[in-house]
Design a protein around this ligand. Structure first.
Ligand code: NAD
Length: 360
């Protein structure tokens, strides 16, 4: 049976890493019918929308997409095309595995954790009041009347919301993921000591959900303490779950622990749809030069295959990528240790090597 998957090349290095990943996913032998769609600055220039309705319709139809990074054009009127996509499709769970593969330069030896980030609320509701606007002034007056606290008039306001329902589904997602992957512990991170009515709800719900997973250990960390511990002893962590902004920051921190943005995969998942993309952005300096590291997206491709119930093919793809990384001959410049004079591979060169490892 052939799977239908939406393919979004995106902007900057996107088309290059997406093409490299399409090739290696196909080399696993899994039959995929790709539905190519547009999104981002290029889509805005061509169609007048950074997130055309046809792209959303395609993902709603196929249920799954492989996506390159995109840039949100300032003139499009959209705050973030990525946040809009995740909210429109209710892709509430962002999953970022951070595994250190042998051969990848990193100061850390043994890191194998998964960051699960809430994707639809928290600090990224997208509800904002700009400095000096009439609505903002009215909001500031309301806050002063309600709380007796005066906020400076030259303030902008971003609204943070955390709901019981949103917290429950993301924490449950993290526990189910932990169980499915044979993991042992879920750690919730928050700032409940300061933000009692938002992060406090998240923590309270996390504790209740944790009680229904007796087979898995649970603990929690204040986000600043977690960052410190992750830098000192990342090997102690297993599955991490946290609200939106913290997850955004910690997943890049996690990428740093395992060798950088070039090797960090991810997926955005809801109950009925999923979009797989690497952690990195459009890397404009590298765009169009055949220099970008496609490994982050290739590992996202392995996640996509597992999502399609092609777990054996996903495992083979991950193993092929891991073998290329361990060998170290066919890797891009970002993975070269200082003093290693071997010529770096191109984006296409990495794809050729992974395809050979899969079919050879
Ligand atoms: P970035 O990830 O594009 O680049 C950060 C650094 O990492 C740069 O030095 C870059 O050269 C390097 N890098 C990133 N990916 C790499 C790869 N695959 N191989 C080798 N080196 C790589 O982050 P940025 O500069 O903050 O953002 C650039 C643009 O990307 C912005 O418009 C931003 O909004 C967008 N962005 C999009 C997404 C997404 O679509 N998911 C995510 C993050 C950033």
């Amino acid at each position: 049976m052939s799977h239908r998957v939406t393919l979004i090349p995106g902007d900057g290095i996107g088309p290059e890493v997406v093409e490299a990943t399409r090739r290696v996913v196909e080399a696993t032998g899994v039959a995929i019918e790709w539905d190519r769609q547009e999104m981002g600055a290029g889509a805005f220039a061509r169609t007048g929308s950074p997130l055309p309705g046809a792209t959303l319709d395609s993902i709603r139809g196929t249920g799954v997409a492989l996506k390159g990074p995109v840039e949100t054009p300032i003139t499009s009127g959209m705050r973030s095309v990525n946040v809009t996509l995740r909210q429109d499709l209710d892709l509430y769970a962002c999953v970022r595995p951070c595994r250190r593969y042998p051969g990848v330069p990193s100061v850390y030896g043994d890191v194998d954790l998964i960051v699960v980030r809430e994707n639809t609320e928290g600090m990224y509701t997208g509800i904002e009041f700009a400095m000096g606007e009439p609505d903002t002034k009215e909001l500031l007056r309301f806050i002063e009347a309600a709380t007796g606290r005066r906020i400076r008039e030259d303030s902008g306001v971003s609204i943070k919301t955390i709901s019981r329902e949103g917290s429950e589904r993301i924490v449950r997602y993290a526990f189910e993921l932990a169980r499915a992957r044979g993991r042992h512990r879920v750690t919730a991170s928050h700032k409940a000591n300061i933000m009692k009515v938002t992060d406090g709800v998240f923590l309270e719900v996390a504790r209740v959900v944790a009680a229904s997973y007796a087979d898995l250990a649970f603990d929690d960390r204040i986000i600043d303490a977690l960052c410190m511990e992750l830098i000192r002893t990342p090997e102690r962590f297993d599955v991490l779950v946290m609200p939106n902004l913290y997850g955004d920051v910690v997943s890049d921190l996690g990428a740093g622990l395992i060798g950088g943005l070039g090797v960090a995969p991810g997926g955005h998942l809801g109950d009925t749809m999923a979009v797989f993309e690497a952690t990195h952005g459009t890397a404009p300096r590298l765009a169009g030069r055949n220099l970008a590291n496609p490994v982050g997206l290739m590992l996202s491709g392995a996640m996509l295959l597992r999502h399609l119930a092609e777990g054996e093919a996903g495992d083979r793809l991950e193993a092929a990528v891991a073998a290329i990384l361990a060998d170290g001959t066919h890797v891009t410049r970002d993975l070269r240790e200082p003093g290693d004079d071997r010529p770096p591979a191109t984006t296409v060169g990495v794809a050729d090597a992974v395809v050979s490892a899969l079919v050879g």
